[in-house]
Design a protein around this ligand. Structure first.
Ligand code: DC
Length: 295
């Protein structure tokens, strides 16, 4: 535990140094006040040596792993259309801020892969729901710092990116029982890490108290171009028209479905990356986060 705490403190110190250097407040004023009040309540009439008190304050102030989650939130929630380059730029933004990037779509994709492998039609809600009790889906961060998905112990990080799995993921994610099943896994991640989390219902259902909510998008054509290049680079060439048609169809399905349709949350900031390069999109995202945290 002490080792974990030390690692955590080092990581927090880096984040704090980064925030100081870039003029990002460590805590927003209302969070600072909440934290002080909470600390007073916790200490009650107990008197501690100055040094112990400082350590205690430091832990309460900084360690999300212990109990600070209730005191301050640095969750950033990101929602957006498929292929808007969002995972790439969100991952970079997370690295820049010292946060962990959580791609929740990958979790739905892993369940989609399971349905596919079990020969279950992804829109058959009863059959997909029946898979849930035995579904062994895990998320771990590899030594490369990247999010890896495991299904029954097998690393399926690559397999879940196949285009047919996109369709499975889109269908299974429309099933309310699936969403309920995956909720705790996502909340646990946010409880134990400072996260940039990517997914449509994060700001409303999973982490309604997220500090910064961003709706990231780009035109369908732009996204198709990026996705096409991505697939080609992986040796999975699909013609551009097919990729575009797939994107348009998935947008339609994702925005019109009954369970958690994709739409901009009221308190989300829109960042449109149409026509922007990856670097420019990244800059736009980081700038939005900094502005919001710095308010
Ligand atoms: O972002 P993606 O393409 O990897 O997501 C795969 C599918 O999962 C997509 O159809 C949207 C869905 N999804 C969801 O319903 N809720 C989330 N939090 C994340 C993804």
């Amino acid at each position: 535990i002490i080792k974990q705490l030390v690692d955590r403190m080092e990581c927090i110190q880096e984040i704090i140094a980064y925030k100081k250097q870039n003029g990002i407040p460590i805590l927003q004023p209302e969070q600072e006040k909440k934290q002080e009040d909470n600390l007073k309540q916790k200490l009650g009439d107990n008197v501690f040596e100055e040094e112990i008190l400082n350590i205690f304050k430091y832990i309460v102030k900084n360690s999300r792993k212990i109990q600070a989650k209730a005191l301050f939130n640095y969750n950033i929630f990101l929602i957006g259309f498929m292929g808007a380059g969002k995972s790439t730029i969100a991952r970079r933004a997370a690295a820049e801020l010292g946060f962990v990037y959580v791609d929740t779509g990958a979790i739905y994709r892993t369940l989609g892969l399971l349905a596919c492998r079990q020969g279950v039609a992804p829109d058959d809600a009863a059959a997909v729901t029946a898979l849930l009790p035995d579904a062994d889906i895990r998320l771990r961060y590899g030594s490369d710092g990247l999010q890896h998905m495991y299904l029954g112990g097998e690393d399926v990080t690559e397999s879940i990116r196949r285009p047919e799995i996109s369709k499975y993921a889109s269908s299974v994610s429309a099933i309310p029982a699936v969403r309920a099943f995956l909720l705790n896994m996502q909340r646990d991640l946010a409880r134990t890490h400072d996260v940039i989390m990517d997914g449509r219902d994060i700001g409303t259902v999973v982490l309604p108290a997220a500090d910064v909510k961003i709706f990231l998008t780009a035109s369908a054509e732009d996204r198709a171009r990026r996705r096409h290049a991505e697939l080609a680079a992986k040796g999975l060439p699909d013609c551009y028209e097919t990729v575009l048609a797939d994107i348009i169809e998935r947008d339609r399905k994702d925005t019109t479905r009954a369970a958690a349709p994709l739409r901009q949350a009221e308190d989300a900031i829109a960042v449109d990356t149409t026509g922007l390069s990856l670097q420019e999109s990244f800059d736009a995202l980081l700038e939005t986060i900094r502005r919001k945290l710095g308010q």
